[in-house]
Design a protein around this ligand. Structure first.
Ligand code: PLP
Length: 639
């Protein structure tokens, strides 16, 4: 319920609890006593807190307007360290006799600065890259300059892809072809013979282990990728016949992204180990076991097995993986393989925040009602009025039914010419007042009738945000992904409004109306009343994985401005990269317009208007200048 009376005993701590920031942020974000969201940046001198609103000020002084995608380089480094250190710790603790090699899957965030930072910082850990296409392999070959790091080639590979990967072998890269089909095997053998270069071969297995969550179909018999047992045997026989069985060095599986339950991960590893043992028995050397991705993010902060969460930490994941492999292989006396994982989401999701401002708010509050009904009021309006006045905790459902009934009668009457516009407005206002009154009493009920459950959302404010869901949060639209959203300032004030958030696209799907909360998913978000002449900023968190390249140009809202910042040990903020988002001319060229032609056509129209005497030459100059400036402008709402 929207409750304008503000409690005085609110605190930044209460805001932190309300938005569950400690639950979903993995410690990288928090609320300062001043009421700002701070990034707790890991630096060489320990954790340094910097408030996001200070970063927003810095961005605006540099001409980067909202919306901005903010990348935090310290967190990129921290995530790579956590993954590698956790595996190192698990290996050490269990006496595992093998190593860990990470491979960041480029598809999860292909942006140059992200990959460059992963490669730069990851070098100390020999962190490699995973490529799923020729374009991604080209990125990998130009980025990795370390012969210890692996490059894993997944996806369908044509001969050009295969030739490129073989050349990379000659340069000393540990570049593996993971076979997705048998046809690929023939191409690899043929290209290898022609070029005289031996490949490193891996096989992607189709496991029968099933996982929960959105990506469950990446595993099981009907999964789109990987070889079944028959095909696996064919690979062995074919390689043996070609005298290349010694090149079969890696076994790969990928159960799907965002695996919520650690049990599925362990089941998958155990199943893969069975194949590993059998393949070694068949004479394949192996040496590498690649678990693919799947290490999940706790988007809703519930630490549970629901699809937006996970019931394990990175350390638990690493320990489970290492111990499961060790137990399986020790039982057969088989040497421990190098463990490879292709964790994407877990590496970069925390590293980016979408920041935007609120442009406007729509309320669904009734206008003040008169003390008494006008004497000439229709009977149905009088009935509605009477219903409003008897609403109590004991008759909520019955009152709701009556209110809807009379509201419909009044609308019918209006349509039939039985009441005038003013009386219809009065009827609507009584109707909204009734719903507000019922909604205010709902929390006192032990059980909320299902019909009334959606009332809070029906009455929620609509906050219009300066962003596009389709461009910046495509998974929220496409697969119902929940990202944490909260104001980044004013958190020592109680947020007294309940709202949903609409974007700029004027598309009914362009909105956020599913929010994570400590009590489970909610259909509204608590926000502050906006103040005149003061910006209100929201942040959408954990958006560093998958969102940027999947985003689209719906309504021609283009790429947002992007800023990469690094927090130094002394607390200073370094603006490492500033990228201006698409201009209107840019997005027009994406849909095959030529901005110069558009300008020329507009110029001719203006010229004609001068000849026809509609506008003066001075008007013409101003119009053309505005058009030209518009083409250079940002596609989002500009101040
Ligand atoms: C998408 C993908 C990944 C990345 O998965 P995450 O869950 O983001 O870690 C890794 N490997 C393969 C083969 C993939 O298709």
């Amino acid at each position: 319920m929207n409750n304008p009376t503000q409690l005085n005993n609110w605190s930044a701590r209460k805001s932190a609890d309300l938005y569950g920031i400690d639950e979903w942020s993995s410690g990288y974000f928090g609320v300062s006593p001043q009421g700002d969201v701070v990034v707790r940046a890991p630096t060489s001198a320990g954790e340094v807190n910097v408030s996001l609103i200070d970063i927003v000020d810095g961005l605006q002084q540099r001409g980067l307007q909202m919306p901005v995608l903010l990348r935090l380089e310290n967190i990129v480094d921290a995530r790579i360290s956590i993954l590698n250190d956790s595996f190192a710790q698990a290996i050490e603790a269990s006496g595992y006799r093998g190593q860990y090699r990470g491979a960041f899957p480029i598809k999860v965030n292909q942006q140059n600065h992200v990959i460059a930072e992963i490669a730069r910082f990851g070098k100390r850990y020999n962190h490699g890259l995973e490529a799923g296409s020729k374009a991604e392999l080209m990125i990998a070959l130009a980025t990795i300059n370390n012969r210890e790091s692996v490059i894993i080639c997944n996806g369908y590979k044509d001969t050009e892809f295969i030739s490129l990967g073989l050349q990379a072998r000659k340069l000393g890269f540990k570049c593996f072809f993971v076979l997705e089909t048998l046809t690929e095997l023939q191409s690899v053998i043929e290209r290898s013979r022609t070029l005289g270069i031996e490949p490193l071969i891996g096989v992607r297995l189709k496991l029968s282990t099933k996982v929960e969550g959105h990506w469950s179909e990446d595993s099981g018999d009907r999964s789109l990728f990987g070889l079944n047992t028959n095909e696996l045997v064919t690979v062995i026989d074919t390689l043996r016949a070609a005298n290349l069985l010694h090149c079969f060095q890696l076994l790969h599986f990928h159960l799907g992204s965002q695996i919520p339950n650690i049990r599925s991960i362990r089941d998958g590893v155990l199943e893969a180990c069975r194949y590993y043992i059998e393949l070694v028995g068949e004479g394949a050397p192996l040496g590498y076991l690649d678990l693919g991705g799947g290490l999940a993010i706790d988007y809703d902060g519930t630490c549970s097995t629901n699809g937006q969460s996970r019931n394990y930490s990175v350390q638990e994941y690493c320990t489970d993986v290492v111990e499961s492999i060790q137990e399986s292989l020790d039982a057969q006396g088989i040497p421990h393989p190098t463990i490879v994982t292709e964790s994407g989401r877990a590496t970069v999701a925390h590293t980016a925040v979408l920041l935007f401002n609120i442009l406007d708010v729509t309320h669904f509050e009734p206008k003040a009602l008169p003390d008494e009904l006008p004497a000439d009021c229709h009977e149905m309006i009088a009935n509605l009025w009477r219903t409003l006045n008897v609403i109590s905790i004991s008759n909520l459902q019955a009152s709701y039914n009556d209110i809807i009934y009379y509201r419909d009668k009044i609308r019918d009457l209006f349509n039939a010419g039985g009441i005038n516009l003013r009386h219809r407005v009065l009827g609507e206002n009584i109707y909204w007042a009734g719903l507000q009154k019922i909604a205010a009493l709902l929390p006192q009920l032990k059980r909320i009738p299902s019909e009334l459950e959606s009332l809070p959302q029906l009455l929620a404010d609509i906050y219009y945000g300066n962003f596009s869901v389709f461009q910046s949060l495509p998974d929220s639209w496409a697969i119902g992904q929940v990202f944490p959203v909260m104001p980044i300032h004013r958190l020592n004030e109680e947020p007294t409004r309940q709202a949903i958030i609409a974007d700029l696209t004027c598309d009914c799907d362009g909105k956020l109306q599913k929010f994570a909360s400590p009590e489970g998913e909610s259909t509204t978000l608590a926000l502050h009343s906006i103040r005149k002449d003061e910006e209100y900023y929201l942040g959408v968190f954990l958006v560093g994985a998958y969102q940027e390249t999947l985003g689209d140009l719906h309504n021609l809202f283009g790429d947002t401005n992007v800023a990469s910042v690094r927090v130094n040990a002394d607390g200073s903020i370094e603006f490492v990269h500033e990228l201006h988002g698409d201009s209107i001319a840019d997005v027009l060229t994406y849909v095959e317009y030529d901005p110069d032609d558009l300008y020329e056509q507009f110029r001719q129209t203006a010229e004609q208007a001068v000849r026809d005497g509609f506008i003066t030459l001075v008007d013409r100059q101003k119009m053309l200048a505005a058009y030209s400036e518009g083409l250079r402008g940002y596609t989002y709402f500009e101040k």
